[in-house]
Design a binder for this molecule. Structure first.
Ligand code: BG6
Length: 487
């Protein structure tokens, strides 16, 4: 994906965790690997901090040594990349910074201009109105908004209204980086580029779907932010629901942005709404206690920096979701996410129904067919089938038909942000959320949060380094099933 025209990218929150960890490294990779990278492209990092350009370059040079993979840091490429970077102190609530920004961008009014908002969403409206007042929003401008957008439907609506008064919907890129992951793209190829799966992608063949996004890290240095959001708003409302949409949607008529987004929206609208009672029976929330991960002792959530001593913020959620439509009626979708879990694992598991009548000898049953789409740690797709073990006896055991992306394609996997930033610059909205999708997601999540507030009890404790509270296993065991947990 080489860009032929220069662009200007203004990165608000330029000194923040996401910028240092993902965005700057992602932009570096694109600069390094695109031989004909558009000459004259500029990146202007902005934040409240009063840094000089040199100080900013020092900061990102140090962090990038940490966040760019060993062996990928090429000194010459880095030097040439940093020449494209500038820094500007901007206070989102004061006009001065925007005027200075206008001055920097004055010579390039006709270019693609990207405003990447990698700050808390409470600043999005102020930044956009600052841009508008400084005359910086051109028809070629785009704005990227990081998740979570607001804390509920009302706050998200308010942000969308004020941003929507300045940018047209075609200029607004609501980012969910899970959609940029290579395996998610591959899921689209798998579902819509092969004829063999579609006849099975249906309640008649699928028994249950499990989507897990488990992390072994805790809240790290983001305690204050995290405590205001929790796992439901940080992960379920966006990443897990987006994955569910890609799995469950009907085949779109094309890969064009609105064709895909129309189908995802229908999935979100088919999600069965929760009531106070069904929140109790179908949703588990947990909070980690001290424990050990890979043999190392780790503190509990309440001992992490920035966390109030009696916080009831959840660091774990698991739930049964139901889609009330023809394709998926009565097929449970189990969603699960947590911090400080036993392993870092993100995968989608599709369990097919067992054979109706099993005739083979041996201890196995005809209940093995499963498709595993793994996003992390090792990206790939596996299909589990029952096979005969070589030898005289008719002995069977489950085996994997295994597509390991790294081994098969032998090329560096792009980071999700690399792809998505290039999509923004290229104006491709397919992998970004439309406003109505976001509204539908909040509309489904809000009653869960409200039910928790009304219950007034604490999240269930789980020990760091496990797969969450026992109530989570009980939730799925009630349906006669179990979480797939082998990594
Ligand atoms: C972010 C969440 O969106 O996704 C973080 O805010 C989480 O809490 C991260 O750690 C996980 O992303 P990835 O790509 O590392 O799985």
């Amino acid at each position: 994906m080489a860009l032929t025209e220069g662009f200007d990218l203004v990165l608000f929150g330029g000194t923040g965790d996401l910028a240092l960890r993902k965005l700057i490294p992602g932009l570096y990779y694109r600069h390094r690997d695109s031989k004909d990278h558009a000459a004259g492209s500029r990146i202007i990092a902005a934040s409240r901090q009063a840094l000089t350009r040199e100080q900013y370059l020092e900061l990102i040079t140090e962090s990038s040594h940490k966040f760019i993979r060993d062996g990928d840091f090429d000194e010459r490429a880095w030097q040439s990349f940093t020449q494209t970077i500038d820094y500007l102190p901007v206070d989102a609530r004061a006009a001065a910074g925007f005027a200075a920004l206008a001055e920097r961008l004055r010579d390039a009014a006709g270019r693609t201009r990207v405003f990447y908002l990698s700050t808390g969403s409470d600043l999005f409206s102020a930044i956009c109105s600052g841009l508008a007042q400084a005359g910086l929003v051109t028809p070629q401008s785009r704005v990227v908004m990081e998740k979570p957008l607001g804390r509920d439907l009302a706050t998200s609506d308010a942000i969308n209204e004020s941003v929507g008064a300045i940018f047209e919907e075609r200029q607004i890129f609501r980012i969910d980086h899970y959609l940029g992951k290579e395996t998610v793209q591959n899921l689209l190829a798998l579902r819509f580029g092969n004829s063999i799966f579609e006849p099975l992608w249906h309640r008649a063949a699928v028994r249950d779907v499990q989507i897990t996004l488990a992390e072994s890290v805790g809240v790290e240095e983001r305690g204050e932010f995290y405590d205001r959001y929790g796992a439901m708003r940080d992960i379920v409302q966006n990443h897990l629901l987006q994955l569910l949409c890609i799995i469950a949607m009907e085949p779109p008529v094309s890969i064009a942005a609105d064709a895909v987004r129309d189908e995802k929206l229908k999935v979100l609208r088919a999600l069965r709404p929760f009531t106070r009672e069904t929140v109790r029976s179908n949703v588990v929330r947990g909070q980690y206690r001290a424990g050990a991960i890979a043999g190392k002792a780790v503190p509990g959530y309440l001992e992490e920096p920035g966390i109030p001593p009696h916080s009831v913020t959840e660091t774990f959620v698991s739930m049964r979701a139901d889609l009330d439509n023809w394709r998926w009626a009565r097929v449970p979708f189990y969603l699960r996410t947590g911090k400080r879990m036993q392993e870092r694992l993100a995968e989608i598991v599709i369990n097919f129904r067992p054979v109706p009548h099993f005739i083979l000898p041996g201890g196995d049953s005809g209940d093995v067919n499963r498709l595993v789409i793994r996003l992390q740690p090792d990206e790939g797709i596996k299909l589990l089938v029952l096979a005969k073990v070589p030898g005289a006896d008719m002995r069977t055991r489950p085996v994997d038909l295994d597509l390991d992306f790294a081994k098969t394609f032998r090329t560096r996997q792009w980071d999700a942000y690399e792809r998505l930033i290039m999509d923004v610059i290229g104006g491709n909205l397919t992998l970004f959320m439309r406003r109505d999708e976001l509204d539908a997601a909040w509309r489904w999540v809000d009653p869960i949060q409200q039910a928790w507030e009304a219950q007034g009890d604490r999240p269930k404790p789980y020990t760091a380094g496990t797969w969450g509270p026992t109530a989570s296993s009980a939730l799925i065991a009630r349906d006669g099933l179990a979480w797939k947990e082998d990594v």
